[in-house]
Design a protein around this ligand. Structure first.
Ligand code: 5GP
Ligand code: ZN
Length: 136
């Protein structure tokens, strides 16, 4: 993964403002934050999305995300944060190395992570549930 920017951060060939590291995970500040303090939590082993990550890496990454979110809250935050993971191009993923965003939230920040709501017609909601359940 020579071209992957997060692999380069993992192997130290490009710098990052690191806040946490263990054998499986690294966390550093997002260079273009949604709010100041916005952190990325990244498995060291390259995987494109959540689906490609091993169970062990996933557990380690989510645990690290909690540590980082807690530290943000205890330092300059207030306990409110968004935990976001963009998986795939249509979901807005730009860096193709799986990562979780931890974005601290403040009372008057201008960040909007809200969507408009659609409606299911008739039995459509059951049909969607059936489609998904077949592959669980
Ligand atoms: P995505 O849209 O893929 O979920 O988010 C990728 C994030 O990575 C963006 O918020 C972007 O600002 C951040 N990013 C991209 N390149 C770099 C980099 O070289 N260093 C750091 N620290 N963050 C980066
Ligand atoms: Zn990578």
């Amino acid at each position: 993964m020579e071209e992957c920017v997060f692999c380069k951060i993992v192997n130290g060939s490009i710098p990052a403002a690191k806040v946490y590291e263990d054998d499986k995970v690294i966390s550093f500040l997002d260079i273009m934050p949604a709010n100041k303090g916005h952190c990325l939590v990244v498995p060291k082993k390259h995987a494109q999305t959540l689906i490609e990550m091993s169970e062990d890496d996933l557990i380690a990454t989510v645990k690290a995300a909690k540590k980082v979110a807690r530290a943000l809250s205890l330092s300059f935050g207030n306990g409110s944060f968004n935990m976001v993971m963009n998986n795939g191009k249509e979901a807005g993923q730009i860096v193709n190395h799986a990562h979780i965003h931890i974005i601290p939230r403040f009372q008057k920040d201008r960040l909007r992570i809200k969507w408009s709501h659609l409606k299911y017609e008739g039995d459509e909601i059951k049909e969607y549930a059936e489609k998904i359940k077949k592959f669980i």
